[in-house]
Design a protein. Sequence first.
Length: 341
Amino acid sequence: MTDIAPTLDTPAVHPTYLRLLCQTLRSHGVDPEPVIRAVGLGSWAELAARDTHVSQRAVNALIVECLRATGRPELGLELGLAVPASAHGPMGVAAVAGRDLRQALGALSRYLPTRNANLRFRLRDTPRGAALELIERVDLGPAQAFIACMVFAALLRLIEAVLGRVPDSLAVDLPVPEPPWRAQIDRLSKGSVRFGGARLVVHLSHELLAQPCISADSAAFEQACQACERLLSASAEVGVRQRVQQLLLGREGSYPTLAQTAGYFSLSPRTLIRRLKDEGTAFQQLLDAVRKERAAWYLAHTRLGVEEIAARLGYADTSNFSRTYRRWFGRTPSQARAGLS
């Protein structure tokens, strides 16, 4: 079975980066709690404890809210600078423990999917050395410039951790128009920065790629790579039940049909039904479970009206949602909100 086709709604981004974004908000005197709740990610306590990936749609919504709350278009650059190597998990360990910069960047290219399934690094050889390109697998929409600047700054910080300095010889293409705050970018990167490119590209010379890592540790590198390979294997070996759950968890309002879900996995609907049955479940059971959990959460943790909750759960008829909720919990949504049995 093929992997889930990349969409904005499948869980893709490690929550560590969202927590760091919230810390960046705090540094500007903005309380992240209402911002998190506004985009449906629950509370700060829930985000702090979360260990599952977040959909790109939710990440994009959070970014837009953070930009609005701070009024700082350079916020992505600031977040990138606040991301230590340790935030990248075993991928970060592999990078800083590599033999040289080329090996470090090779680790990033292979293991970025363990931290963000919607982004890829591609390291390709060039006559003068190599180019590290950021490939966006989904349309990032209004969050694209923020994410490009964040990755750019985080990458420079990681290179600094590998070499002990930010090299003067880097040439960078940024896929954003030249901003009024480009002086901050110039202070960060001492090399050449070109704006308006098709994608983020960092150009490196042969000499720079051969520079040794200041914290090179072959044993640590191998251990970190093994941990990353296990993460990649676990993702590849996830059963169809879990993949369907991940897909449904990434949606809200307009849930995919059985046929649409089968299409994400390049399966026929009949094959998807059979494989789910082999794992002891059915598509409707999984969809009902996602809706049931969200319905209970919305009533307990938000002030959304029953009509709005029904719409977010994909019910065009509020009365149908109320009947379904009563079947699930033995009481109506209104009784649940009022604390009545």
